[in-house]
Design a protein around this ligand. Structure first.
Ligand SMILES: [Zn+2]
Length: 628
């Protein structure tokens, strides 16, 4: 059996493509193209199914209609499927913005007249709803006019504008369309007038505007946006928001951002805040701020992260639990928290070059972001527990199934923008022109004049073939990440073994020529993972993993009459590969010797991301050992 990580010891949406002081530089979206395999299929589903379905849901839920109401200064008719503190949800505008961001990234990959028509309609509504003074929030405009920036604790006004800014980025940067950017700049000017330096001490109860303002600075070159972001980071942690319903830690207002040592409170809030703090640190050269976030991130990864990369074990306040409080069945593990974790890890990777960040991006993407989406791409999980007891199948039949939409629909459009932009996190470059490959889909990557093609059946295979398509005359370094889960790694070229192992990477420096080929071999053989003994809820259990994937067992794969809760793994048994033509796409399952109620059974496991696509039933990632 292999060693622990119970807490995965081993984290895009908006990409800081102009980060000026980080160790690594991102490669713009146009210079990275997924060419086939696992991720090409995810992109196809996002484009053909998920994004169109999302638009239909925004129409049906009335979220788009609210912009029409605001545009004509209506005072009633506000549409919301959910209630918070006796009022309709105030944050629904962000669903439209996140959808527009996802649509923008997909259109940047390739034009699509249907998506473009939907996006044009949505952009027109957003433009029309903005007041002449730049203010934009349909909830306040329709339901509580006069209350602008008065309910910073719960109103989510800055949070929504943050998502508007992020939506504007792909349209500006990749499509050359500045309609949303102009709306976003006017909205941010309105925030600056009310809450800017020297005007007031206010901060938003839900961080998000910080990352967005830094990106707006990168897009426009206007330093006022970086200063406003820095102001919001500096103001936080001084108790301005009060205790609210869940205490100061809930919205990270308990300690200054530079001083807090642990990730606490509402998981998405903490992760968006830290993403913004990294952005500010990189642009202002604030190493102390960067170090504070990196330290907090390491503590979170080591003590508060599920094996899947998921975050948040408390349902009540959507919060991180205590260290090692990681129950699989009661996991909250919100899809948005996993997405936010990927966004933060990407920023930290660029800022520090820490390869553990790329490991966490991989683990979290495959095992905490993708599981939220159904195979057909049109239904979604909000929470992503690692265990579902069989009896809940008839107690609460809907709970274990993905839903086409949610009253609080933060997760589905967040997923759309993430899948639409994930390929931009595959590789980075450095000032010398070298390229660092962090993730392994089949793709073409251009790092300046060094152009590579990657061909692989990853994540099912650990063989990654790299071909140089174009190269400059001088020496360049190609770095390939070796994931922490791979027990071995080797690099070969036509002459045999090559490359130099450097920590969590293999690097090779030379004068490259078009046609040069490298082959990276990673060890994706299936493995048994033991939990950290401090995670009480899974003591005596093991998990099955293969390459970057966490596996789960499901009722649908058990022999008739066997209860999922009775299944045990025989101690010392080794999992073996098993092709699963019954599942959509190419899927490698696992099989391992087990027992159930005293009988020997072959236990079959499937990738956790594929669970809950075959009707109601039980599921578990952590499986008891037979001798426990
Ligand atoms: Zn969410």
């Amino acid at each position: 059996m292999s060693g622990p990580p119970a807490t995965a010891t081993t984290v895009a949406a908006v990409l800081p493509t102009a980060g000026t002081r980080g160790v690594l530089s991102p490669i713009g979206g146009r210079d990275v193209r997924v060419t086939g395999g696992f991720w090409a299929e995810r992109a196809r589903i996002n484009r053909e199914a998920t994004i169109p379905a999302g638009f239909a849901q925004l129409q049906a839920a009335g979220t788009l209609e609210n912009f029409r109401l605001a545009a004509r200064s209506a005072r009633d008719g506000y549409r919301a499927l959910g209630i918070m503190f006796d009022k309709p949800f105030p944050f629904l505008d962000s669903d439209v913005y996140k959808w527009l961001e996802g649509a923008g990234w997909e259109l940047a990959r390739a034009d699509d007249p249907a998506i473009r028509a939907m996006a044009d309609e949505a952009i027109g509504l957003v433009e029309a709803a903005q007041r002449p003074d730049g203010y934009l929030n349909t909830f306040v405009q329709v339901l509580t006019p006069g209350n602008e920036y008065r309910d910073l604790q719960w109103g989510h006004e800055l949070y929504c504008i943050g998502h508007l800014v992020q939506a504007a980025i792909p349209w500006h940067r990749a499509l050359g369309d500045d309609r949303l950017l102009l709306v976003a700049e006017r909205a941010c000017a309105s925030i600056e007038r009310e809450l800017g330096p020297g005007v007031s001490e206010g901060i938003d109860g839900h961080p998000e505007i910080e990352m967005a303002l830094v990106e707006l600075y990168r897009a426009t070159g206007e330093r006022r946006w970086l200063e406003l972001a820095t102001t919001f980071i500096d103001r936080r942690g001084r108790g301005w928001l009060g205790k609210g319903r869940f205490g100061r830690g809930y919205w990270q207002d308990h300690l200054p951002v530079r001083e807090a040592s642990a990730a606490v409170g509402h998981a998405v809030r903490q992760l968006y805040l830290d993403g913004g703090a990294v952005d500010v640190a990189v642009e202002t050269g604030d190493d102390a701020l960067l170090d504070a976030v990196h330290r907090r991130w390491r503590d979170m990864v080591e003590t508060k992260t599920y094996l899947t990369g998921a975050l948040g074990s408390r349902h009540k306040d959507e919060a991180f639990g205590d260290p090692f409080e990681l129950p699989p069945d009661r996991a909250y593990a919100e899809t948005c928290a996993a997405i936010a974790s990927v966004m933060l890890a990407w920023r930290l990777l660029l800022a520090t070059g820490d390869p553990a960040c790329a490991d966490l991006i991989e683990r979290t993407t495959y095992n905490a972001v993708l599981p939220s989406l159904s195979t057909d791409g049109t239904s979604f999980f909000y929470v992503n527990p690692l265990q579902r007891r069989t009896h809940r199948t008839w107690l609460e039949p809907g709970e274990g199934q993905r839903a086409p939409w949610y009253a609080c629909a933060c997760c589905p459009p967040n997923l759309m923008r993430s899948i639409g932009s994930w390929h931009q996190m595959l590789a980075t470059t450095t000032t010398g022109g070298g390229v660092q490959v962090w993730q392994y889909p089949s793709a073409e990557i251009a790092a300046g004049d060094l152009r590579l093609a990657i061909d692989t059946d990853y994540p099912w295979s650990g063989t990654v073939r790299v071909e140089v398509l174009d190269a400059p005359a001088d020496e360049r370094t190609i770095l390939l990440r070796v994931p922490a889960w791979s027990a071995s790694a080797s690099l070969r070229d036509a002459g045999g073994e090559t490359g130099r192992r450097d920590g969590a990477s293999i690097v090779e420096t030379r004068r490259w020529q078009a046609g040069d080929r490298l082959e990276l071999s990673l060890d994706v053989s299936p493995r048994v993972t033991l939990p950290d003994p401090r995670v009480d809820a899974v003591r005596g259990c093991v998990a099955l993993e293969r390459g970057p994937l966490v596996y789960a067992i499901e009722t649908a794969d058990l022999p008739g009459g066997v209860d999922l809760e009775d299944v045990r793994i025989v101690d010392g048994a080794a999992p073996r590969d098993e092709q699963r033509p019954d599942l959509p796409g190419r899927t490698t399952g696992l099989a391992i010797d087990g027992t159930a109620a005293g009988q020997q059974v072959e236990v079959q496991a499937i990738p956790y991301f594929a669970w809950a696509n075959r009707g109601p039933g039980g599921m578990r990632v952590w499986i008891p050992r037979a001798d426990s």
